[in-house]
Design a protein around this ligand. Structure first.
Ligand SMILES: Cc1ncc(COP(=O)(O)O)c(C=O)c1O
Length: 257
């Protein structure tokens, strides 16, 4: 079907815009090995150019892209490059960047298999591969979340459901008011996001029993129960749950609280 000149011009301009974005992204990635990892003070100061009122007029797409690249690219931390060693994130690979571009073009709201079979299938495949890589049971279920913080939240919500269901309480139906109390035991090097998740879930970020861990973050061997005064341990745990309890005490408190 022949398209009218206006449609053809729109399509040509969209193609040019996407090609421009691709070449800007390529230039950004190619510069990474040479540029400073952290943005300069000057680049950060230039971000003030964004402090303008919400524009009332539409702007040319090419100008939007050019402004983003000119102002934001120099103010980024070079996380995709080979010399960024902060946090535990992996650098982007060419194939992951390219696949991400394609996924953005697909623009799928992957909520249901029936409406988005392609991306639903790729999600199921990636989950299956993860189970294989981590030696998890074949019938284990999984889901992708935004990051480790939400993973902690999701896993603790599942755990909260499970322990309360075992105690005959439906937390989803009846909430936490009047529910059997749950004792949460954490390693003394617990990540702050776990405590955050406990707060969000109504389990209380301070209502935890901290136990000592070894250099690998593994719970250290506890002394057998009975070697400590159970009453004193429980009282200590109740008084100051944030404090480190000591080997035997933690185990006693775990049972008693
Ligand atoms: C154990 C643990 N939990 C949570 C986080 C936070 O991760 P995210 O930024 O993906 O939420 C990190 C980040 O290093 C982590 O190591």
């Amino acid at each position: 079907m022949s398209r009218n000149p206006a449609e053809q011009a729109r399509e040509a301009s969209a193609q040019q815009l996407l090609a421009d974005a691709a070449s800007r992204a390529q230039r950004y990635l190619a510069d990474l090995p040479q540029r400073a990892v952290a943005p300069s003070a000057e680049a950060i100061a230039r971000l003030a150019q964004l402090d303008v009122p919400l524009p009332e007029e539409e702007q040319e797409a090419e100008q939007v892209l050019a402004r983003l690249d000119d102002i934001i690219s120099p103010a980024t931390m070079a996380m995709a490059g080979p010399r960024f060693f902060g946090f535990v994130i992996g650098g982007a690979l060419p194939v992951t960047v390219a696949s991400n571009w394609l996924a953005t073009a697909w623009d799928q709201n992957t909520g249901l298999y029936a409406s988005t079979p392609g991306t639903s299938h790729v999600e199921a495949t990636a989950l299956r591969w993860l189970k294989e890589a981590l030696y998890l049971p074949r019938d284990a279920a999984g889901a992708f979340v935004t990051g480790a913080t939400v993973a902690n939240l999701t896993a603790l919500a599942a755990a909260r459901h499970r322990v309360l269901a075992q105690a005959g309480w439906s937390v989803e139906a009846d909430g936490l008011f009047g529910a059997p109390p749950i004792t949460v035991i954490v390693g003394e090097e617990v990540h702050p996001t776990v405590l955050k998740a406990l707060g969000v879930l109504g389990l209380g970020r301070n209502r935890v029993v901290r136990v000592p861990v070894d250099a690998q973050g593994r719970r250290r061997r506890l002394r057998p129960v009975g070697t400590r005064n159970a009453k004193a341990c429980t009282a200590r745990a109740r008084r100051g749950r944030r404090r480190f309890l000591g080997h035997g005490c933690a185990q006693v408190a775990e049972r008693a609280l």
